[in-house]
Ligand binder design. Structure first.
Ligand code: TRP
Length: 433
């Protein structure tokens, strides 16, 4: 449940639709789906296995499990830094959602165009609102981290995750009745390969890691508290399935509304904030109620993911430096809160000019470096660690009972398919093709 809470987050409902819109639809979606199936699922099993066998924070798990060169392998655990970096913008986006909970209860924009103006005004010229809600997100996340994952967030999640799924399903069914739906289907599933440039490819692969929370030790840290004998394969399968289904449903729904109300899919990071309010407006008062519930559920989906982004580093400072949970939570929280302010500034008129390089602002760069580079690299480390470093007998003893005949193909993919796939990604990043 905790792993599902981590995986299902803003990545599914905020990020996936907007990058799909930005990189042209079908071909991008296909690369993402193939990566999830061929790479994501295998890496998830590897990451879970390391946590399950290591039973500690990522750094310590790598260190104890590595038969030799412990000092080198422990760096595998420092991938946790990626989570903290992601959190710098994740917190800002949760802030936007909190702001929308408040505004949607009062009034909704009467058209896609108006929704777009509302969003871009906040992004480009409203520092205070963004700062205020980013700070609230920081306070909530830090508080939950300090309390420990088990005690509260899991219970809240147990209610809000189904709530999110129900609201999404209702909205989705409504979307299927609209004319825009067939356009949305075509956009998402008819691949136009000419749109798949090298950046789109790398982004799609990176997103598979991002949305499944792979490659930085979040899943590993959670797996460390899995009871012995838990069926790792079943857990991993459900996380991957649920996460992918939610992303696809959210994407189809959001694009339907955009097409329906006379607009297009290329809306950037504001997509969910533009598409949905406009659709909710059409529903009258019921729309306001739906909107508020939707953004509340989305905020919680984001919060459970946020906690998992920071928890690995918190755990690290507790395990290795003997820090109290309070001190570790506040220090990590302080970091993403401060850097998050720069993320906000990088979208504002007047400051963004100083925080933009090569067509990407600070926000985009952090997103790109973490998701497209750090997470796939972390996944590679985990695949190699399980495929080559851990004794095969030990891996087999744990995984064979759950995987059966599928053990051999899984092991093969860790040893060969994933390293080759990640090598292709690296070449691509370096601009070789
Ligand atoms: N998977 C989450 C989402 O889709 C984000 C996330 C949470 C994450 N924990 C992570 C991404 C760890 C990478 C690594 O919103």
């Amino acid at each position: 449940m905790a792993a599902a809470g981590s995986a299902v987050g803003l990545g599914n409902i905020w990020k996936f639709p907007y990058i799909t819109g930005e990189y042209g639809g079908g071909a991008f979606v296909l690369v993402y789906l193939i990566t999830v199936a061929l790479v994501g699922f295998s890496v998830m099993l590897a990451e879970m296995l390391i946590g399950y066998l290591g039973r500690k924070d990522g750094v310590t798990s790598f260190e104890t499990l590595a038969p030799t060169r412990k000092g080198l392998w422990k760096f595998g655990g420092f991938q946790g830094m990626a989570g903290l970096l992601i959190m710098t913008f994740y917190s800002v986006v949760i802030g936007w959602i909190l702001n929308y909970i408040v505004t949607a209860s009062i009034s909704l924009p009467s058209s896609v165009h108006e929704a777009e103006v509302t969003f871009t005004t906040m992004l480009h010229s409203d520092f205070f609102t963004q700062f205020f809600y980013h700070t609230i997100a920081f306070v909530i996340v830090t508080y939950v981290l300090h309390k420990g994952i088990k005690s509260g967030i899991e219970k809240v999640n147990l209610i809000l995750m189904p709530a999110l799924i129900i609201i999404l399903s209702v909205m989705f069914v409504y979307a299927t009745t609209l004319d825009g739906f067939s356009k949305a289907l075509t956009f998402m599933f008819a691949p136009d390969w000419s749109k798949l440039n090298s950046e789109a490819f790398v982004t799609a692969v990176g997103h598979a890691f991002f949305t499944l929370s792979l490659g930085m030790g979040a899943i590993m840290t959670y797996a460390a508290s899995m009871e012995k004998g838990t069926n790792i394969v079943k857990s991993a399968f459900w996380v991957v399935f649920l996460d992918t289904a939610i992303a696809i449903v959210a994407g189809l729904m959001l694009f339907t509304f955009l097409y329906q109300y006379g607009s297009g899919p290329d809306k950037g990071p504001g997509l969910v904030f533009i598409s949905l309010p406009a659709a909710f407006y059409e529903m009258g008062v019921l729309g306001n109620i739906f909107a508020v519930f939707f953004f509340i559920a989305l905020a919680f989906a984001g919060l459970t993911s946020a906690v998992s982004l920071v928890e690995p580093m918190v755990q690290y400072f507790i395990d290795r430096f003997g820090w109290s949970r309070l001190k570790a939570s506040i220090s990590m929280g302080g970091f993403f809160w401060l850097v998050g302010i720069v993320v906000i500034l990088s979208g504002l008129d007047g400051t963004k000019e100083y925080l933009t390089w090569g067509g990407k602002n600070f926000f985009d760069w952090i997103d790109y470096i973490t998701a497209a580079i750090m997470l796939p690299f972390g996944g590679l480390i985990m695949a190699v660690f399980v495929g080559y470093i851990l004794p095969k007998t030990e891996v087999q003893a744990t995984m064979q009972p759950f995987l059966g005949w599928a053990f051999a193909p899984w092991y093969f993919s860790l040893r060969y398919i994933i390293p080759v796939a990640m090598f292709v990604v690296m070449l691509n990043l370096m601009g070789v093709f």
